[in-house]
Design a protein around this ligand. Structure first.
Ligand code: HEM
Length: 232
């Protein structure tokens, strides 16, 4: 199929946009929900059940998550396998970042298919008494655990570094200093999301790091708070 320059440009813009909205936003939501595992089995299971009860959830998932991911994935594979290397056009670090963007994208194809197959499309998982325990059981296999680590780091790199590409493609960072700032921001997003993602993975193995100073008293599971004036 031959595309005109305009059509190709529009497709690239749609590819770039879907990477941030909705896929990037979904990744943030996903890491947030998974972090509930730090608060224990009951907290995570309640969060998963809450999501499953969203009205029209099947349609929202299909149109708001699967369709954009399928589009971004298919076009991403085409770009990653046919796009020209841009060696020499940019600095050394930039080239590496761009190469890793493509490599992480290809890794994500395998990871996303594996991960959704093992959870969202697995009837044992969907009907399990405890989603938390089910995932904990899965990652007790070292090979599965290792693949989850690779998948999480790839997704966080791909979104973090992808935000830099997004800022360039949409003209949000044009000057030198603005591009340097965008690059720093992208690496900060990558690091923070990686820590959050890996910590939530460890939480499913009961080994997440959740120090007291990151909690608030009202977040603890306890009975009604009793003040001197009575119950509240
Ligand atoms: C966690 C899921 C994913 C997220 C959050 C995501 C997000 C993004 C973002 C934000 C960008 C930057 C857009 C831009 O440069 O303007 C991007 C670019 C890219 N994505 Fe993804 N993506 C995901 C999955 C995938 C998958 C599965 C592939 C398959 C190969 C892929 C391939 C690519 C490629 C090749 C680019 C660079 C496009 C270019 O050359 O300009 N992505 N992605």
């Amino acid at each position: 199929m031959n595309l005109t320059d305009r059509q190709y440009f529009a497709l690239k813009r749609a590819h770039s946009l879907t990477g941030v909205v909705p896929i990037g936003l979904f990744l943030l939501e996903h890491l947030f929900t998974n972090s509930k595992a730090l608060q224990g089995e009951a907290a995570f299971n309640a969060a998963a059940a809450e999501l499953a009860r969203i009205p029209y959830v099947g349609a929202i998932e299909a149109l708001g998550i699967w369709l954009p991911i399928a589009f971004h994935m298919v076009l991403g594979v085409i770009i990653a396998t046919t796009g020209q290397a841009n060696l020499g056009k940019h600095g050394y670090a930039r080239n590496w970042q761009y190469t890793l963007q493509r490599v992480s994208g290809v890794l994500l194809v395998f990871y996303i298919l594996f991960h959704t197959w093992m959870t969202r499309f697995d009837s044992d998982y969907l009907n399990s008494v405890s989603a938390y325990a089910f995932v904990g059981e899965q990652i007790s296999n070292p090979a599965v655990f290792a693949f989850y680590v690779v998948g999480i780091v790839s997704a966080c790199w791909h979104l973090g570094n992808g935000l830099f590409g997004f800022a360039i493609h949409w003209g949000l960072a044009t000057g030198r200093q603005a591009q340097r700032n965008a690059s720093r921001f992208a690496m900060a997003v990558f690091l923070v999301l990686t820590i959050v993602g890996l910590n939530s993975l460890l939480a499913f193995a009961g080994k997440g790091i959740y120090p007291d100073w990151l909690t608030k008293p009202h977040g603890a599971e306890h009975g009604p708070v009793v003040y001197e004036g009575g119950q509240h």
